[in-house]
Design a binder for this molecule. Sequence first.
Ligand SMILES: CC(C)(COP(=O)(O)OP(=O)(O)OC[C@H]1O[C@@H](n2cnc3c(N)ncnc32)[C@H](O)[C@@H]1OP(=O)(O)O)[C@@H](O)C(=O)NCCC(=O)NCCS
Length: 181
Amino acid sequence: MTIVTTPSVTLRPWTAADIASLAAIADDKRIAANLRDRFPHPYGRADAEAWVAFASSQPEPAVRFAISMAGEAIGGMGLERLDDVHRGTAEIGYWLGAAHWGRGYATDAVRALTAYGFETLGLERIQAAVYEWNPASARVLLKAGYVLEARMRRHVVKDGRLGDVLLYATIREEHDLRGVR
Ligand SMILES: CC(C)(COP(=O)(O)OP(=O)(O)OC[C@H]1O[C@@H](n2cnc3c(N)ncnc32)[C@H](O)[C@@H]1OP(=O)(O)O)[C@@H](O)C(=O)NCCC(=O)NCCS
């Protein structure tokens, strides 16, 4: 079982005990509006059950985590590796229950999962796709050492709204440099 610690939250596997709290905190339009459509809205108990069944049966090394505080799941995050010639790259994704926003938790979590991606998963590059209407997430990535590489114009259609996507990324070399500072 993989546990990733940070100065605030802990990243740990999803378990059946998280289903009720997941269904409660994930049912939030402000969260879904910034994620892919596979993160449903409304988000019901069946969605939480299906997610936990899927995420808790994954092989090691783990790539999907509950963001946990005092044992309670307050959000989720993961690294999704691309394939073929892009297999050295993963996309990082994350969300937090709105009651926990603005305390630096996501920044701690992104920093820790990024280190895990380079050191444990052997990734060369980690990237994130931020919708143009999401300045908080862009700020999290900048604080965690990611660089804005591109504005992908009209790359998202979300809830009928067309928008640009900001591509943020960090590479192994930057991670190594951060480590020796
Ligand atoms: C994005 C998200 C994970 C941020 O979590 P968080 O724990 O509140 O983030 P942090 O507290 O670590 O940092 C947030 C930063 O954004 C800033 N911020 C918040 N709202 C902002 C806004 N409207 N404009 C500019 N900056 C903003 C905060 O001030 C903070 O920066 P600071 O430390 O320099 O003051 C959370 O808002 C969330 O779950 N959103 C919905 C899902 C989502 O967007 N996921 C990411 C998809 S790419």
